[in-house]
Write a protein of this length. Structure first.
Length: 430
């Protein structure tokens, strides 16, 4: 597949037909295991002399088709589908850091990721140093000899201020530190590899699927980071791994291409922790990818219309959307989001928490759910839900205030979206 156009790649990359039946659609390979051709074939697979199917916990042909397609869309070399976005966030860090190491992360994170980094990974001995992304040099100041990765969200909610990918990626490369980007909210709108990121991850549950039926995650290896250039900075890829026959991953993969990072993740973390994507979910994510370019255009168009509508409404004290930023935030939006500004929009009500509750309870068409990225429109009050595990200070650092409401604007007709928001605002401000 030689095309570079996402509309074409979303339909054709990584798959043409089933070799056994000539089926055009990717089959659901609902099997646990795969027959080996011979004892030599089995030994070669387990010894990584060749790649192939062994057990669905590690890989599966349906998952492989999904992984190839998302890698092509992102401009990466390989990908790994996982059971959830949370697993993808955790694996992306655990693949490089162990007890005693640290990462530097943007403060602008989804609440579940913040909790994962601040508490669960901390309990495993991995420290997260949170820094304000308005100052890219803050990442350099927080770096020491045990820093293994930088981490950020491309378009973090609730602030919706694009992360300075190129600036922080360049800082990291001087130290031998990769930038891991969570691109969940901006698929196709931003390709972080084009700006110097080394790893991209998604909660596939959101826009990649779009249908709200399946939980999944995926990590993509850009193949653009020289892991050998700073061997002491990246010991997990440059020293013998006792969990896999003493393999040194940067050396072991050379016949296979620049896939040390993602192959290690597959054959150690996925093998041992088992957060495997189900074949049926991989099939459903493939269906989502086929319409992703069309949906992201419509999400972006509708969300912009909603933001402009909210800006003129009585009782709305602030609108949070890339098109409504000023100053440096506006400059970043122009730099990183020239092809669309995504489907998320936030706003604050003058009546605070009580007004937010009234608004949510008055919605009729828009769903009140914790997800984002569905084809249908969604709303939630983050302070009492998605960010409720955070302290008030932590909530404030991520941009969550008591009166903040987050909208994930769907692809319904814009007149119907605005009508439901209008009547709910009337109820909230009465």
């Amino acid at each position: 597949m030689t095309s570079k156009h996402p509309e074409t790649l979303a339909l054709h990359a990584g798959w043409r037909r089933d070799s056994a039946t000539n089926a055009v659609a990717v089959p659901i390979y609902q099997t646990t295991s795969f027959q080996f051709d011979s004892s030599e074939h089995a030994a070669n697979l387990f010894g990584l002399k060749e790649l192939g199917n062994i057990y669905t916990r590690i890989m599966n042909p349906t998952q492989d088709a999904f992984e190839q397609r998302i890698a092509a869309l992102e401009g990466g070399v390989a990908a790994l589908g996982l059971a959830s976005g949370q697993a993808a966030s955790a694996f992306s860090v655990q693949n490089l850091a162990r007890a005693g190491d640290n990462i530097v992360s943007s403060t602008d994170l989804y609440g579940g990721t913040w909790n994962l980094f601040a508490n669960t990974l901390k309990d495993q001995g991995i420290e997260t140093r949170f820094v304000d992304p308005t100052d890219p040099e803050a990442f350099a100041r927080a770096t020491d000899d045990r820093t293994r990765a930088y981490y950020a969200e491309t378009l973090p909610n609730p602030k919706l201020i694009p992360f300075p990918i190129a600036e922080v990626a360049a800082i990291g490369r001087k130290f031998g530190i990769p930038l891991i980007m969570d691109n969940t909210a901006a698929p196709l709108l931003v390709r972080p590899f084009d700006h110097g990121a080394a790893v991209v991850m998604y909660s596939a549950t959101k826009y990649l699927g779009g249908h709200g039926t399946s939980i999944g995650g995926v990590v993509i290896d850009g193949g653009n980071f020289d892991w050998e250039a700073h061997p002491t900075r990246q010991p997990l890829l440059n020293s013998p791994d006792p969990s896999y026959h003493g393999a040194v991953w940067t050396q072991a993969v050379k016949p296979l291409g620049p896939i040390a990072y993602i192959l290690k993740m597959r054959v150690t973390l996925l093998r041992d922790l088992g957060a495997a994507m189900a074949p049926f979910n991989a099939f459903l994510f493939i269906q989502g990818l086929e319409t992703l370019p069309l949906r992201m255009r419509e999400h972006s168009r509708n969300a912009l219309a909603v933001a402009n509508f909210l800006a003129g409404r009585k009782g709305v004290t602030r609108v949070i959307h890339p098109a409504h930023h000023t100053g440096e935030a506006a400059a970043r939006s122009a730099k990183y989001l020239p092809h669309g500004q995504g489907g998320l929009c936030g706003f604050e009500l003058a009546g605070g928490t009580e007004a937010g509750r009234k608004f949510i309870d008055a919605l009729k068409m828009v769903y009140h759910v914790a997800n984002i990225g569905d084809a249908r429109s969604l709303a939630i009050h983050p302070a009492s839900t998605t960010h409720s595990q955070l302290t008030e200070a932590e909530q404030a650092a991520t941009g969550v205030t008591p009166g903040y409401v987050r909208l994930s604007v769907g692809i319904e007709h814009i007149d119907d979206i605005l009508a439901d928001l209008s009547q709910a605002l009337d109820a909230a401000t009465a």
